[in-house]
Structures are given as C-alpha cells and as structure tokens.
Write a protein that binds this ligand. Structure first.
Ligand code: NAP
Length: 247
C-alpha cells in the first residue's frame, strides 16, 4: 500500500502543489480545504489521473472537531506516514495599534493552534512507542518569522515565529519515536494569498528587494517539502529551511 500523506489547505497554492508532487512521489493523499470545494476536487482528480488515491475533506483547522474528522478520514486511506501543516491565513493588514481582537484570534487559531492539534494527531498515529511506524511532519512557516512584517502583518509574522519554535521543540520531543519534524519558510510565492490579504500591490513592491529578483512558483516550495518528508532527509530534524530567494 502507498504511504499516506495528509496536507492541510490542499485546494490551492503551496498545498495543492505539494499534493500533486506528493502523488508523483508515490503517496496517496488526503487534503483539506476550507471553502473551495471545486478547487479541492480538481486536485483530487489530478492525483487520481496519476494513478494514486486521493480524498478532499472540508475541515477548518481552527476547529478541533473538524481536525478529528479530517484525521479519521485519512485513517480510512491507511496508516499516516506524513503530515504537511500548510493551511494558514494572513489576517487583515494594518498596524498593531489598530489590530482587531477577532482578527488576531483567527490568525493565531489557524496558524498556531491548528498546527499544534494536527501535529498532535499525527504523532499519536506515527509514534513507535504507541505502535506506529514513525513518519515525518513539515510545518509551513514563513520568512516573516524572522522579519516581523512591520506596519502590515506583525500578527501573522509572530504566528509563524511560534510555528518555528514549535518545530524545534516537537522535533526534539519525538525524535526517538521515529518522527522527524521540520519547517519550510517560504518567501514571496505566487499564490492567491497576496490578493486575498487586501494588499495586492505588496508583491510588486517586495519583489525588487528579493536578492533573486523574482517571485517563486508554489512548486519550488513543494520540492523542498517533499525532500524533507523523504528518506533522503533521514538525518534532518528540527530544521527551518528558508525558500526565499535569498530574502
Ligand atoms: P493560499 O493560496 O491562500 O491557500 C491557502 C490554502 O489553505 C487553501 O487551500 C485554503 O482553503 C486553505 N485554508 C485556509 N484557511 C484554512 C482553514 N482555516 N482550514 C483549512 N484550510 C484552510 O495560501 P498559500 O500562499 O499557498 O499559503 C500556504 C501556506 O504557506 C500558509 O501557511 C502561508 O502562511 C504560507 N506562506 C505563503 C507564502 C506566500 O508568499 N504565498 C509565503 C510564506 C508562507 P480554501 O481554498 O478552501 O480557501
């Protein structure tokens, strides 16, 4: 049976690219989405066309019942081998002094709280001491974690800082259970997150400051994620891998 890969937020962007590449690497894929059902179904169809199994589950990673339902659906495919904690939201742009409590809560809930709970469910299934076969987790952070995103997205940047610290701690906690935990920190990636964040002009403003002077395709992040999940990265854990074109 093919190893099972669970990706949160697999209907678009980096998550969808990772789902497609994961299928090419031989995984059967369970992907989640929030509202774009048709887009998620398209990714499923693309994976099935590659000869692999795939399912799409509507599950808000800001909801514990949804997370439990998502993992139960993945269990029906087979034993979980890999988790990509990808779903994330930028929140509304603005100064910290103007931040709205509900926006801050949503950003921290989806980007941090949901990442913790999804990792918890993965560890419960993968841990050798609990009868699992080991596995690998990749958390999708951001270069924002070390830049701070002042005047725009400090709450988002801080949430990704928490993802980095979580990655370091969990990696050490489960290393002897056969589970590797790493993070990728993308820079400017060509997805809809920018247009949807309310600052569509931000991409054109930032790209000239990227040493490589270009935005990246989501597939360029997916390549690094699939490498970190694979046995080719067998001695890599607790790593925060920048995919930022030098930024
Ligand atoms: P995107 O194009 O906006 O796609 C987001 C994906 O996450 C979609 O599949 C969306 O589902 C899903 N999603 C959003 N909120 C969710 C929730 N509460 N529960 C479940 N799924 C949810 O984003 P992206 O650019 O690919 O970003 C993916 C990850 O990379 C995020 O963690 C982001 O912070 C990080 N990142 C992105 C960049 C960049 O430049 N793009 C840079 C650094 C880090 P629907 O389609 O149903 O809405």
């Amino acid at each position: 049976m093919a190893p099972i890969l669970l990706i949160t937020g697999g209907s678009r962007g980096i998550g969808a690219a990772t789902a497609r590449l994961g299928a090419k690497h031989g995984y059967d894929v369970c992907l989640s989405y929030l509202s774009e059902e048709a887009r998620a179904d398209t990714v499923v169809a693309e994976i099935e066309a590659l000869g692999r199994r795939a399912i799409a589950v509507r599950a808000d990673t800001g909801s514990e019942p949804d997370i439990m339902r998502l993992f139960a659906a993945a269990d029906r495919l087979g034993p979980l081998a890999a988790l990509v904690n990808n779903a994330g939201v930028p929140g509304r742009a603005g100064l910290v002094e103007a931040i709205a409590g509900d926006d801050l809560e949503r950003v921290l809930r989806v980007n941090v709280w949901g990442v913790f709970l999804c990792a918890r469910e993965a560890v419960r299934r993968m841990a050798r001491q609990q009868g699992g076969a080991g596995g690998a987790i990749v958390n999708v952070s951001s270069v924002a974690a070390r830049m701070g995103s002042p005047f725009e997205f400090v709450h988002y940047a801080a949430s990704k800082g928490a993802v980095d610290t979580f990655t370091l701690g969990l990696a050490k906690e489960v290393a002897d259970q056969g589970i590797r935990v790493n993070a990728v920190r993308p820079g400017m990636i060509d997805t809809e997150i920018h247009a949807r964040s309310g600052l569509p002009e931000r991409v054109a403003k930032i790209v000239p400051t990227v040493p490589m002077k270009r935005i990246a395709a989501p597939e360029e992040v997916a390549e690094v994620i699939l490498w970190l999940l694979s046995d080719r990265a067998s001695y890599v854990t607790g790593a925060l891998v920048d995919v930022g074109g030098g930024r």
